[in-house]
Design a protein around this ligand. Structure first.
Ligand code: ASP
Length: 338
């Protein structure tokens, strides 16, 4: 029996066309994709397409739309063998991360893909990305089931774990990377998945979460930063947690006003999360004296999480649990960190 795949269109460059008057790229009706890629009909899958309510440039993506996508997948969970999401590249890594926390223990592939050039453009990377993502979602192993039981990103012949991925180039076709986790697979002459690297969900039944709390802040540190200028960020009523992109292995400046702002925030109930602004590696709290401040303030250990995964994991935790502890945050639920 041919695998049944649900193709979910959310927008992005892959489905855009330029406005003849202004030259600006705008979203198209989803039917455009079928017209542009008649090869879709030749794939060895039964393909059904659906669109979110308002497809968008992924810069406009937000937590409510992540919940909409998760609910489309939940309501079609038993009807399909795999899911492919067409998504803009700009925030694809955030959506992939959010979905990996919203949908846990789901033993079917959810593959996100998009393109750097619109599908209607001659040299577009969209066609190959889309056709291969569908093939991956429909791939079976010896037992007849896909071994891919997680949210993945497929781009330019590479398959990544979604919540390990970041967009690293705004102009290369090779636009994504996952520096802290090896590829799940690649598409050359054949499509090969590395079964040892795939997630094996422990939950017996899939769990779909319905809430996200968007009150999560993000601040990248830089030499000379004056935290007093960010005072509204360090108010727990505005942001329950602030992810700090610290230097290197989790280091910060040592001026007294920096420490005072953070201390007041923590005393008032705010949560600090220590992550590294380096793209590979992660934090090692307390390794250097300059890492002592965050450790002393009880900042949560962001380990080797991507910023995208740290933010969406906090939104998921605070959205679904009345109290959240550091151990809930560091507990690995979808292969997102070490
Ligand atoms: N701005 C577009 C988006 O993220 C870029 C892309 O799709 O590549 O929706």
């Amino acid at each position: 029996m041919k695998p049944k795949i649900l193709l979910i269109y959310t927008g992005g460059t892959i489905g855009m066309m330029s406005d003849p008057n202004t030259g600006e790229l705008q979203n198209l009706d989803f039917t455009y994709i079928h017209n542009q890629i008649p090869e879709l009909n030749r794939l060895d899958v039964v393909l059904t397409t659906i669109s979110i309510q308002h497809p968008m440039d992924s810069s406009h993506m937000r937590p409510s739309v992540w919940l909409e996508i998760a609910s489309i997948i939940e309501s079609n969970a038993t009807k399909y063998d795999g899911f492919v999401l067409l998504h803009g590249t700009d925030t694809m890594a955030y959506t992939a991360s959010a979905l990996s926390f919203l949908i846990q223990g789901f033993k079917k592939p959810i593959v996100l893909t998009g393109s750097q050039l619109p599908i209607g453009v001659l040299r577009s990377d969209g066609k190959e990305n889309l056709l291969t993502a569908i093939e991956i979602a429909g791939k079976k192993n010896e037992e007849g089931y896909s071994g891919l039981h997680e949210v993945a990103v497929f781009f330019q012949s590479k398959l990544f774990r979604g919540n390990r991925t970041s967009k690293v180039s705004s102009h290369q076709f090779d636009a994504f990377d996952s520096p802290n986790y090896p590829l799940l697979g690649s598409a050359g002459v054949t499509i090969a998945l590395d079964s040892a690297r795939l997630l094996s969900p422990e939950l017996l039944e899939p769990q779909f979460y319905k809430q996200l709390d968007p009150r999560v802040g993000l601040l990248k540190l830089y030499p000379g930063i004056n935290l007093k200028g960010y005072s509204s960020m360090f108010k727990p009523e505005n942001y329950r947690a602030v992810v700090l992109e610290a230097f290197g292995s989790g280091n910060t400046p040592n001026d007294s006003s920096f420490g005072e702002v953070l201390q007041a925030y923590v005393e008032n109930g705010g949560v600090l999360v220590n992550t590294s602004q380096c793209t590979s590696g992660g934090v090692q709290p307390g390794k250097y004296a300059s890492g002592h401040l965050l450790k002393a303030l009880g900042a949560w250990d962001g380990k080797d999480l991507t910023t995208e995964a740290a933010i969406t994991k906090l939104m998921w935790l605070f959205g679904n649990y009345p109290t959240v502890k550091e151990s809930d945050f560091t507990n690995v639920v979808a292969g997102e960190s070490l």
